[in-house]
Ligand binder design. Sequence first.
Ligand SMILES: [Zn+2]
Length: 143
Amino acid sequence: MLPFENQVEDYVQQTGNHVLYRATPISEGENLLASGVLMEGYSVEDSGAGICFCVYAFNVQLGVQIDYATGESVLADEAPSEPTEQVPPEEEPSYVFNHNTRKFHRPSCSSVEDIKPSNREDYSGSREALIEQGYVPCKRCRP
Ligand SMILES: [Zn+2]
C-alpha cells in the first residue's frame, strides 16, 4: 500500500491538486480480517493524468502468518507447530459479603440466599483484604 500512498502524497504536495482516494477493505466470507484492500486513486484537476490507479493490496506481510478468520497474526518463525495448551487467566476470587453480620461467603454458599439485598454486596478481590476490613469467613462455605 505504501508506494501508492507515497505517490498520492507526493502528487498532492507538488501540484496542490486533489486526489480522489478510496481504500476498501475486502474480506472473504465471515472473516474478521480483510484479505486485502482495494485502493483507488484518481487526480481530479487533470482527470487522472497525474494519479490514476486501482490496485488490490493483499493483506500479507513477509514473515507473518495471519489467520484471516480471527484476525490473529503470529510471526511465522514463532508459529507453534502443535497447539499449545491455553492456560486460563487466573481469576480474582470473588466473594459475597454481608454488611450486617460482617461475614463473607463464596457466591455458591447457601447462606448467600438468606442475606437481605440491602446487606449484601458482591466483592471481587483478595480474601486477605476482606479480613483486614474486619470481615469473617463463613464457617459453612469456608471461603
Ligand atoms: Zn457461607
